[in-house]
Structure formats: structure tokens, C-alpha cells
Design a protein around this ligand. Structure first.
Ligand SMILES: NC(=O)c1ccc[n+]([C@@H]2O[C@H](COP(=O)([O-])OP(=O)(O)OC[C@H]3O[C@@H](n4cnc5c(N)ncnc54)[C@H](O)[C@@H]3O)[C@@H](O)[C@H]2O)c1
Ligand SMILES: [Zn+2]
Length: 364
């Protein structure tokens, strides 16, 4: 097992990464002294596939478990669900020392975290992420949110968990497309901050896709360590440090939005966004074509797209400029100036954006 710390003074916490950790959750949580009643937010799929292990582990340490299931869809990240859950806690856990567990992917994590942030103006919260994306990204850093009709994640607060337990064995039941989507974020960490991780991915992508537990533990812990370090330095994204995590996300978000969130999933869109960011970096002379080729080869080897299909260039640019309007500033891109090293540039000329997009469009 690997232990990684997020250093945030009184809000500091550990991230545990290992294989088979769920079975030890009761013991680990008892030691944390955050309460006797675990209010577990999850969905039916997770409860059926892995819930019994968590329930048994909690019962062994005499921790009461109260289960709350939400529908398995992004739509669950709503004020309505947050209100339903908050009311339910007050009904079922009144007079108990309650802590909230998010047992699921990023949807459950963001929603349960939001509830934990508002219930009694902030309650203890533990993340047990069950998707690769949640283990390497959404469970770390304290961003919680619900969606509004006007956009995703528009209502949220920072609320750090007390602990993150990432059991890579849970990924055994995750379908291949979800694993690959999570790998896009792993590639992001490697490209922006970790040459060792990058070479590991190049060498071991087959083991990773076959869900070899040791390989998964390596990539999850390495990724978590990078996010932990960045969050420790810039919790609220005020210093342009946390901003580097947006690498690949400017165009990634634009591609997702241009397709109405019904084409590429987030990881696939981010893979394309990363390639476009690298392409811009090459054209600006910041990084060599050799590095660009290695990034593209890795992304392709992992089964992520390298060509944009099914969406015209104009739509992507339009979605990207909406994003620009939203922030009220010039466009901003996280670019590379070496493998493992980023630079933030603003006001990239439209002509250049058009060129790199056109070159990435699939021909057929
Ligand atoms: N808070 C943050 O910092 C942050 C960062 C990135 C993304 N997010 C949010 O995360 C969400 C996406 O998260 P996600 O990709 O984990 O999606 P998700 O939570 O929808 O999970 C994807 C699917 O996998 C299923 N699943 C989860 N664990 C499984 C398992 N072990 N075995 C089998 N199936 C399993 C889920 O039921 C779901 O159908 C978005 O709402 C996004 O906005 C938040
Ligand atoms: Zn992302």
C-alpha cells in the first residue's frame, strides 16, 4: 500500500492506494475517529458489486452503515438530489456522530462531497473512489459540485475529504472504455509533471489495459502524488499552479461541448485536447516534434483517439470562444515546454488554433 499526503494545514489528509483496501475500510476508518455512523452515498451497481465487502468491513469494527443510492447518471449531480440526501441524513442519522462516504465514481464523489460540505456547515467526508478517473483525479483536491441547467459543475464548494481510500481491485469490474477514459488523465499527469510515469506508460500499457494490480497501483499512486502536490501548493487555484491540471482541457471541454456531451467521453476529448495543446506547443517552437510523436503514440496505444471525428472545426472553435467569454479574458492554454514541464500562454492567435484543429480532423 502507498500513502500519499495532501498538505493543507488543519485540512491535511492522506490518500491510501492499494489492492484489497476496501476490506480494511472499517479498521482504517475507526482509527480516523471521525464518527460511528457511516452514511454511504453510492449507486445500485456499486452497492451490488462491491457493497458487501464495505458493509462487512464496517460491521467488523462496529461502525453503523446507512446506505443511500442515487441513480447512475450525471443527472444525479443536482440540487434536488443534494436536498434529498441532506434531508435523509437528518432523518436517519439524527443524534449520531455521522461521517459521509462517497462510494462510487466522480458523480457520486462530487455529489456526496457537496452534501458533506453543506450538512451542518461541513461534515467529515471520506472518498472511496471506484473509477480510475475518480481515483486519480476527482477524489483528490476538495472540489465538490452539482450541475445547473446552464452548465456542469456551476454550483459547488471546496470541501476536502478526511481520507481517500483507492482500492485498485475495485477497477476489476470497470468497463474498458471507462478505464481508458481515466488513463487520459494519467497521461496528462505524466506529460505535465512526470517523465518516469510517462516511460512506465510507454512500456507497460498492455499490463495496464489488462488491469494488472501492480501496474494499476503504480499509475494511481504516481498520479495521486502529482495531484496531491499541486493541490497542496494551490488549493483554490489562485496561483496558476492548479491551472496546469487544465492541460488538454481547453479544447477537451470545447470538443465535449460541441458534441453536446454525446460523442466523446471526457477522457477521449481530453486526449484530443492534449494532442492539440502539444501541436500548438510544437508550432510555437516550445517543444520538439519527437516529443509530440511520443505523446501521440502513447495516446494511440492506450486506445484513445488521435483524430477528431464527427464534429466540424467551426463548432469546436465556437464552443472554445464561449468558454473564453465565460471567463471574460483572452484564451488561455496550458502548453508544454518539455516533457514534464508546462507553460501557460494567453491570446494564442485564432489562425494557429484553426491550423492545429484542421490538421487533427479525420479525413474520412
Ligand atoms: N471534483 C473534481 O475535481 C472532478 C474532477 C474530474 C471530474 N469530476 C466529475 O466526475 C464525474 C465523472 O466521473 P467518472 O468518470 O468517475 O464517472 P461516473 O461516476 O459516472 O462513473 C462512470 C460509470 O462507471 C460506473 N462505475 C463506477 N465504478 C465502477 C466499478 N468499480 N465497476 C463498474 N462500474 C463502475 C458508474 O456506475 C458509472 O456508470 C463528472 O461529473 C465530472 O464533472 C470531478
Ligand atoms: Zn479532466
Amino acid at each position: 500500500m502507498k500513502k500519499i499526503s495532501v498538505h493543507l494545514k488543519e485540512r491535511s489528509y492522506d490518500i491510501l492506494v492499494g489492492s484489497g483496501l476496501l476490506d480494511q475500510a472499517g479498521k482504517i476508518l475507526r482509527r480516523l475517529h471521525i464518527g460511528d455512523c457511516a452514511y454511504i452515498v453510492t449507486n445500485a451497481r456499486l452497492r451490488n458489486s462491491h457493497g458487501a465487502i464495505l458493509a462487512t468491513s464496517l460491521a467488523r469494527r462496529r461502525l453503523k452503515a446507512v446506505w443511500m443510492q442515487v441513480p447512475d447518471t450525471e443527472k444525479s449531480k443536482s440540487f434536488a438530489q443534494a436536498a434529498r440526501i441532506t434531508n435523509d441524513i437528518t432523518r436517519r442519522c439524527r443524534l449520531q456522530r455521522v461521517f459521509i462516504i462517497a462510494f462510487g465514481g466522480g458523480v457520486v464523489g462530487d455529489l456526496a462531497g457537496f452534501v458533506a460540505a453543506v450538512y451542518r456547515r461541513g461534515s467529515p467526508f471520506v472518498q472511496i473512489p471506484t473509477t480510475l478517473l475518480a481515483q486519480v483525479d476527482s477524489s483528490i483536491g476538495g472540489k465538490t459540485a452539482v450541475d445547473l441547467t446552464s452548465g456542469k459543475n456551476l454550483a459547488g464548494v471546496f470541501h476536502q475529504p478526511k481520507l481517500v481510500i483507492s482500492d485498485v481491485q475495485l477497477l476489476a469490474t470497470l468497463d474498458r472504455r471507462q478505464v481508458i477514459a481515466g488513463l487520459a488523465e494519467v497521461v496528462k499527469y505524466a506529460v505535465i509533471a512526470d517523465g518516469v510515469l510517462f516511460r512506465f506508460l510507454e512500456k507497460n500499457y498492455k499490463r495496464i489495459l489488462a488491469k494488472d494490480p501492480a501496474a494499476l497501483e503504480f499509475i494511481v499512486s504516481r498520479s495521486a502524488a502529482i495531484k496531491a502536490k499541486i493541490v497542496s501548493k494551490d488549493e483554490r487555484e489562485l496561483k496558476f499552479i492548479r491551472t496546469t491540471l487544465n492541460f488538454g482541457h481547453t479544447f477537451g471541454h470545447a470538443i465535449e461541448a460541441a458534441l453536446g456531451y454525446r460523442g466523446y467521453n471526457h477522457g477521449e476529448a481530453v486526449a484530443l485536447g492534449m494532442l492539440l495543446a502539444v501541436d500548438i506547443s510544437v508550432r510555437l517552437g516550445l517543444v520538439s516534434g519527437t516529443i509530440a510523436k511520443r505523446v501521440e503514440a502513447l495516446i494511440a496505444a492506450l486506445g484513445l483517439p488521435v483524430r477528431i471525428r464527427g464534429v466540424p472545426l467551426s463548432k469546436i472553435l465556437k464552443a472554445q470562444s464561449h468558454d473564453k467569454k465565460f471567463t471574460g479574458k483572452k484564451n488561455r492554454f496550458v502548453l508544454l515546454d518539455g516533457l514534464g514541464s508546462t507553460i501557460i500562454r494567453e491570446g494564442i492567435p485564432l489562425g494557429l488554433l484553426r491550423q492545429v484543429l484542421a490538421a487533427r480532423l479525420a479525413q474520412s
